[in-house]
Design a protein around this ligand. Sequence first.
Ligand SMILES: Nc1ncnc2c1ncn2[C@@H]1O[C@H](COP(=O)(O)OP(=O)(O)O[C@H]2O[C@H](CO)[C@@H](O)[C@H](O)[C@H]2O)[C@@H](O)[C@H]1O
Ligand SMILES: O=P(O)(O)OC[C@H](O)CO
Length: 728
Amino acid sequence: MQTKRTIIISNRLPIRIEKQDGKLLFIPSEGGLATGLGSYYKKGGSIWVGWPGYIPETPEEEQLIREELARHNLIPVFLSAQELEDYYEGFSNEILWPICHYRLSYAVFDKSYWAAYQQVNQKFCDATLAQHITEKDEIWVHDYQLMLLPQLLRQQNNYLTIGYFQHIPFPADEIFRCIPWRNELLKGLLGADLIAFHTYHDAQHFLNSCLNLLHLSPKNNSVRCRDRRVHVEVFPMGIDFEKFEQLSKSADVLSRVQALQEQYQNRKIILSIDRLDYSKGILERLAAYENLLQTYPELRNRVVLYMLVVPSRDNVAQYKLLRDEIDRMVGHINAVYGSDEWIPITYFYNSLSIEDLSALYVAADICLVTSLRDGMNLVCKEYIASKSQQQDGVLILSEFAGAAKELPETIQINPYSIDDITEAIHLALYMPRREQQQRMKSNITLVKKFNISHWVKLFFNRLHEIKREQKAHASRKLQGSTLKKITDKLAQSKRRLLFLDYDGTLVGFQKEANAARPTAAVLQVLADLQSDTANQITIISGRPHTDLRKWFGNTDYFLIGEHGAWSNFPDGQWRDKPDMPTAWKTPVRRIMSKFTDRTPGANIEEKNYSLAWHYRKVHTGLGLMRAQELADALRYLLPQYGLQLLLGDKVIEVKINVLNKGKAALEIVEQYKPDFIFAMGDDSTDEDMFFELQDSAVTVKVGNKQTLAQYYIENQEDVLTLLQQLRG
Ligand SMILES: Nc1ncnc2c1ncn2[C@@H]1O[C@H](COP(=O)(O)OP(=O)(O)O[C@H]2O[C@H](CO)[C@@H](O)[C@H](O)[C@H]2O)[C@@H](O)[C@H]1O
Ligand SMILES: O=P(O)(O)OC[C@H](O)CO
């Protein structure tokens, strides 16, 4: 029997290959994802699928690399030079990266990039499937380069367990919608069971995109995609705290720290470490440093900016420009402010060993993070973990880095304000040691607890929980043996009562209420059912009874309108409930009218015993917002007049408490005395019926929503098929 495996898939493998002097070198990858998850991966027995950062020169070399990587459970996806240009540099880093980091003007919407992105995502899918993936495995897709992958995998097997984590920000939907292929990207992600981000805002922006671009209605941080509910969560990523803590104590690192201190003597070290990227605010940081030296000349020769930039994406135009500009600014500051004994900026443009990184973290008095946008930023957490011995040092952190949401005990800055950064550095340089320690202690406690293992555990716990919920839910789907049991029971009964809701059940929703007339197919299926003398159909609706009379007046169905205010039971004569209060209508109508007047597309429907505020034709976000406000405004009237507020599908309805579909159905049941009851409906008004009939009926919800009903079917389109099956 095959055991459960974790399959991690990311653009980059945690190992990259380089060829030097004809020899292949296997080097740990830089970048937050590789360094963060790399530690976890080594502890588990997972498989990691990704690009090894190298184009093999011969088939033999490719084979050799495959074999070497396989020894570490790493599965390479080799990419051609053209694929790298169009998928990695192009779509990923000239479209998605600038868009997700709010740099709209840097985006290049080239169609060939899109073709390559689709092709390479498929390539990753094929490489993953070649590992003979089954429902027992858990798949974890990482980051924006692979947004289509969850759905590609899902198409192969609907029952796979798939999680997705996005390491970079998810932008506001108004920015995301600029991408010509935005809907395809969203649908690609929705192939996952769990989609997670670093921050609450990223998750909200993603849900807003689902709402405004795909017209899905998020509920409790989830959206429904056919038969699955896709959950959207927030899991801020942590680091391997222990690794950085241990390193900071090691003799090797301490000797490097001593060397740094000797080199810089009593000067305060301001450290900055990033990949080369315009999202990191490197130019703003340099401008602020220059401003500091100008504003506070007494600091000259007493501070040093140690700036480390790791090479990244240097084939992409904006990155080349950035690199040139950094060179220019560093040269300028060092030339203008430097002296024989002091160079203001120590600048390196290369990758460093983990020991050297650790020594810099330990030695630095200040860590300066000025990201203009950053999914999380792990550098600042690595700095904190490296300070667990002395517990001092000051972290200056951009409020636009995800980490800022977790680390309030830092000096937070707006990196778009050069003065703000300058003053923060000044404040940090003079911060008393006691205050530094107080703040650092609290940061250490947090980074230690929310470490990388904790993050992985939280992610998988939630993913497993979702799969369990999905399974439990699927067992309630009315199909196969479950349906057979019900039709068998029905066949043995002789006096059946079938309660069928109208809108959203027998017919789909229409923009205009009057357009939702019963189709010929609906009329035929109902007639077939009723032609069996053991069956009695009851149409139970919130609609005015006049609509029901118009459409079904010439049948012998029982008809209930306005949630039970009107009924033709038992003799076909329409009657309404006597002495129903209507005084409540005046204040409710007044409030609803106020909302209608300021909401284009909204309208009020007046029925004898209820008032409905429809917002189906209102722009989505506005409709929801006004509906919530309206519900709040109406709520205080409810107890006073004995009213019920029904939050339906794009409609808010207020009616008197004593009328509801549950009570209306019970009245008929008590008199008709059926030996089999079937009740089906789609919205919250039908829940009253499910509640009252829960012990006596087969209750079915149309749509995969929270319900009291015993069973559900996916869509309104499945209703007729089910009714035909009941006919036998
Ligand atoms: N010169 C150097 N030599 C060696 N290593 C170096 C180095 N400079 C940096 N590194 C390492 O590279 C990593 C950088 O991670 P970050 O989180 O800061 O950004 P990155 O943009 O790569 O990650 C993306 O993923 C991470 C994780 O989700 C998010 O925090 C981030 O916002 C998102 O952009 C750190 O682990 C750091 O130690
Ligand atoms: O160098 P890249 O393009 O693989 O980027 C690595 C970053 O961690 C992106 O999340």
